[in-house]
Design a protein around this ligand. Structure first.
Ligand SMILES: [Zn+2]
Length: 139
């Protein structure tokens, strides 16, 4: 990943590019009461973004999360509270960092180990439903 010393203004997205790799440019934009970090295809051909993560409105926090992130081995950065996109990003060498790449719910929690602070988290419900149907299937 190429991390920019100074964020680059992106006129199209009206945001700031923090870094890029072979596939994506990572740009933050103001988004309602949040900042959304988005992964935009670096080839510039698509007008959509492939992945997004919502953060508090704190550009320094987002810049630090991106600086600390290794997109080659880590599926997603840390510190976000909502993932509005699907499917979850998969790092090209994700097998090298299984601890970081454990399943996370749409609120960013490692929900299988830590649960989720959001009541009625959809990912936890889906996990429980799958566990129930598996249990029935093997009975
Ligand atoms: Zn959750």
């Amino acid at each position: 990943m190429q991390l920019h010393e100074t964020p680059i203004l992106d006129e199209h997205w009206q945001g700031f590019e923090l870094s890029r790799d072979d596939v994506f440019r990572y740009v933050w934009i103001w988004h309602g009461s949040n900042i959304r970090l988005i992964a935009v295809y670096a080839d510039g051909l698509s007008c959509e973004y492939e992945h997004g993560w919502c953060y508090p409105r704190d550009p320094e926090l987002v810049a630090k999360a991106v600086a600390d992130w290794d997109p080659d081995t880590q599926d997603e950065p840390m510190g976000w509270h909502k993932r509005p996109t699907w499917p979850v990003r998969q790092a090209p060498r994700r097998n090298e960092n299984p601890q970081h790449n454990r399943a996370r719910c749409e609120h960013g929690s490692y929900f299988l180990d830590d649960g989720c602070r959001v009541l009625n988290c959809r990912d936890i419900r889906a996990h429980e439903d799958r566990a129930r149907s598996t249990a029935r299937g093997t009975a």
